[in-house]
Write a protein that binds this ligand. Structure first.
Ligand code: 5GP
Ligand code: MN
Length: 336
């Protein structure tokens, strides 16, 4: 993978660009993709944004979101765009399997592939150009750097600023995680200065935009599905398929649920496993020196960041919980 700076001089030649992100995109994945699309369109490129799957409804307000193709829903359109792409940007993921059913096509494409991402252990050989920096708060921060370093800061529109800001607050927990550096705060200030957007409204779109059933679901899950394992300073939540059906839970409704147990005194690691149709999906969060990236990689075919990661398994929900407890036992010292 060559440095992304080697791409900068090529930006002035119009390309057929596809921008894609990880499956079930969050504010960072969608926000960075749409902001980059906003820049590249202004530079004269033909741009298509593809999501490997559907996305939470609380992202629909983002400028350009209505034009995003859901690969699972409109595979015909997505494949056509991919086959004619000269450049493919991969944002907020670093291994092709994170694009689910799209991965095989991406693997075979011969176009220029460009990575912009902040997760650990990138699959560097899969990309032509790129930047991978786990020290960065978010892919939105990296796209902002890309825009300003290429001398295009003046092209940040109101819509782009809102999208970038959404990803920034999503991945920094509204500026509370350690990755919210001085540079991150300066970026937020700059976005306010150039675009003058309403940051309260962005926050409302993402965090205060659910239906009653989602809150009832959270109450149910925290009361009946959470187990606190004080001996490991850990809590686990296991959500059944019946829970999802009973409360009519949609994509995005479970986002953030994993963070609740970390508010309990002394809890250093929180895990949630959800019984999805095709697989059991894990999310892990931790505080301080508990490395959940390595944990997710080792036990649940996943990865991510040091303090926030995810994984998956084809075993039953119950078996997953057993495997998790076994893994805790094997790593007792990690959680002390
Ligand atoms: P979440 O729990 O919000 O789905 O994901 C937390 C972090 O871990 C995100 O940065 C996400 O991209 C990453 N992540 C989630 N699931 C997986 C997975 O199955 N594999 C890998 N490599 N990363 C994941
Ligand atoms: Mn991210």
């Amino acid at each position: 993978m060559k440095s992304i700076t080697a791409l900068y001089p090529l930006l002035s030649t119009p390309q057929n660009v596809v921008i894609t992100m990880h499956q079930k995109p969050d504010p960072d994945a969608m926000g960075s993709s749409l902001a980059l699309a906003g820049l590249l369109q202004q530079l004269g490129h033909e741009v298509t944004v593809i999501s490997p799957t559907n996305w939470p409804g609380f992202l629909n307000w983002m400028e350009g979101c209505k034009m995003v193709i859901d690969y699972e829903y409109r595979k015909d359109l997505a494949e056509a765009a991919l086959q004619k792409a000269s450049w493919l940007f991969c944002l907020d993921f670093n291994t092709l399997p994170r694009t689910k059913h799209m991965a095989a096509t991406l693997q075979q494409l011969n176009c220029v592939k460009i990575l912009i991402d902040h997760h650990q252990q990138p699959e560097e050989t899969a990309f032509t150009y790129g930047i991978s920096n786990p020290a960065k708060s978010s892919t939105c921060e990296m796209v902002y750097d890309f825009i300003t370093e290429t001398g295009n800061g003046h092209l940040i529109t109101l819509g782009m600023a809102e999208s970038l800001y959404a990803g920034l607050i999503g991945d920094t927990g509204s500026f509370r995680f350690p990755a919210a550096t001085a540079a991150v705060h300066k970026m937020a200030a700059h976005l306010k200065e150039v675009a003058g957007f309403n940051h309260t409204q962005v926050h409302d779109h993402i965090y205060d935009n659910f239906l009653e059933n989602r809150l009832r679901f959270i109450g149910h899950v925290l009361t009946n599905r959470m187990e606190v394992l004080y001996e490991y300073n850990t809590a686990i939540i296991a959500v059944t398929k019946a829970d999802l059906l009973r409360y009519d839970i949609k994509t995005g409704d479970t986002e953030g649920l994993v963070n609740y147990p970390l508010t309990i005194q002394g809890i250093k690691m929180a895990a949630i496993v959800i019984d999805r149709d095709e697989e059991r999906k894990w999310s892990f969060r931790s505080k301080g020196n508990v490395d959940v990236n390595t944990f997710a990689r080792k036990y649940f075919n996943g990865g991510g960041h040091f303090n926030a990661s995810g994984g998956r398994s084809l075993e039953t929900l119950q078996k997953n919980v057993e495997l998790f407890k076994q893994a805790l036992k094997e790593n007792q010292t990690l959680f002390q």
